[in-house]
Design a protein around this ligand. Structure first.
Ligand SMILES: [Zn+2]
Length: 269
């Protein structure tokens, strides 16, 4: 713990919100703690999270100073990142921070009896209990302030999915070429017409990943070998090629035609 003097009594308030911020400067939880340790800055959070550590600054029985009139009713974490970061930057280069944030959300929601769900500003105004970004408080009618963190690229779906899905703390073993699986462990690449857990290229960020899968299928001889086949959209021909590869090379597959984390690691190795 790196104690911060910047806190106050909760004045009897019930805690019903979990708030995520980005620190917009500090790149380590230790550095952020040193900043919050200065009484002159008059800001703080309960914890700071970087790619490999989670550091506590303020006791949970106290109100941290991060979100003006939400302070009494919230547990708050500052991520050592920036609101300008893209979704790819978060998912590809700061997975450790996201995983730690998800674990922290799960812990605080359990401790407070808060549902693990992302709230909109309208939900906040309706008095709902859940998880928000600082921006959601700013945009609500009851919230003071104008901060926009953790930014439009923050991958809430990944973080909430992991927080609520109970995914293992350890990422899957990766072979060198594949890189990190870009989805929560309980989701997969599959038909664009599939359920919410099936990522099929509906969103732009999914397409490069699907194109990688398609090119790997081409390289292994499971798909027609012309460039436009790898279009980043997961439709039935892609599912068929994945299933053909799985029958040959992934014995034990139970969900043919879908690329889960283990398929990803093997196919892109
Ligand atoms: Zn903030």
């Amino acid at each position: 713990m790196i104690p911060s003097p910047n806190h106050e009594s909760r004045a009897g308030s019930r805690v019903d919100l979990v708030i995520i911020h980005t620190a917009e400067g500090a790149t380590t939880a230790a550095g952020l703690g040193n900043y919050f340790a200065n009484p002159a800055v008059e800001v703080s959070s309960h914890v700071g999270i970087d790619d490999s550590t989670t550091e506590q600054y303020v006791s949970y029985d106290q109100a941290a100073w991060g979100a003006l009139n939400a302070n009494h009713r919230s547990d708050q974490a500052e991520l050592c990142g920036f609101a300008r970061w893209s979704r790819d930057e978060w998912l590809n280069n700061h997975r450790g921070m996201l995983d730690r944030a998800a674990d922290w959300i799960r812990e605080r929601c359990a401790a407070r009896g808060i549902p693990i769900r992302k709230l909109s500003p309208a939900d906040v105004d309706a008095g709902a209990s859940g998880v928000i970004g600082h921006v959601d408080w700013s945009l609500s009618n009851i919230g003071q302030g104008d901060h926009t963190d953790p930014g439009p690229g923050f991958p809430w779906d990944y973080v909430i999915g992991r927080a609520s899905g109970g995914a293992p703390a350890q990422p899957p073993a990766q072979t060198s070429g594949a890189g990190p699986f870009p989805l929560p462990r309980n989701e997969y690449f599959g038909l664009i017409t599939g359920p919410a857990a099936s990522h099929g290229g509906y969103y732009a960020w999914e397409k490069p990943h699907i194109a990688r899968i398609q090119r790997a299928l081409q390289a292994k001889g499971y798909a027609p070998n012309y460039a436009s086949w790898a279009d980043g959209i997961y439709e039935q021909p892609t599912a068929n090629a994945v299933a053909a590869w799985q029958r040959r090379e992934m014995p034990g597959t139970t969900r043919f035609g879908e690329v889960w984390w283990d398929d990803w690691a093997a196919l892109l190795a």
